[in-house]
Design a binder for this molecule. Sequence first.
Ligand SMILES: CC(C)(COP(=O)(O)OP(=O)(O)OC[C@H]1O[C@@H](n2cnc3c(N)ncnc32)[C@H](O)[C@@H]1OP(=O)(O)O)[C@@H](O)C(=O)NCCC(=O)NCCS
Length: 218
Amino acid sequence: MESGLVLQAVDLHGRAADGPDSDALLLEPVEAARAAAMEPGVRARFVAGRAALRRFAGELLELPPGELRVSFACPVCGSGPDLAHGRPAYTRWGEPVPLLLSMARTHHWILLAGLPAPGEGMRLGVDAEDPSRLDFDGFDAVALSPDERRAVGRLSGPGLLRERARLWTRKEAWLKMTGEGLRADPRTVEVLGRSGIADLDPADTGLPDSLVAAVALG
Ligand SMILES: CC(C)(COP(=O)(O)OP(=O)(O)OC[C@H]1O[C@@H](n2cnc3c(N)ncnc32)[C@H](O)[C@@H]1OP(=O)(O)O)[C@@H](O)C(=O)NCCC(=O)NCCS
């Protein structure tokens, strides 16, 4: 794994339905406006994730999180302080901060990834998934390439679900790294053995063993 990459898991179990006020207060108006349009449960996870990401960035940069301004980037909508979706990034006093960021949410966990002082042109993506969510017919047909379908075809039970989750997190990590997200057809993103993607061990992330995670960097 790239030296300098920092991973942090945030456990949302036991939080109040709306989360602490300190989380909501950390959001900028453009983020709060996006949150306001969400269903309550989704909103709570969104707010917790945005607050955790901002605190994480502040820690890595050794800056107060309130000094950071969102500067997300979307392949369709562009980037800047008025955008609250897409690839996460921050500016401070109008200048991009030297930090690559990526994040993922599962139901009760948030996974954050950061690379301070990245090399020119580097990009980062991270993803986490609960294998039990992938227990449905049709997953392989909509998500996997022919080679990947053959590879999981020999598996069954928990082993099948874990391998599906492994391939899926590798795809999402890659697509967050490129910035395309699921505008790209996941069947066309071959991730078996692709360099630049690494499966993440729970010992490295702090996530429970029941979840699967991957990072893409390049
Ligand atoms: C990236 C994507 C696959 C993640 O979806 P998901 O599995 O539901 O959510 P995850 O919890 O794993 O990740 C969410 C985080 O991914 C990041 N993310 C979103 N879009 C991203 C992109 N294009 N590139 C990199 N990271 C992105 C954000 O940090 C987001 O957090 P947020 O909800 O606080 O904004 C999905 O959001 C996507 O496909 N986005 C692109 C779609 C697009 O371009 N739409 C056009 C909008 S106009």
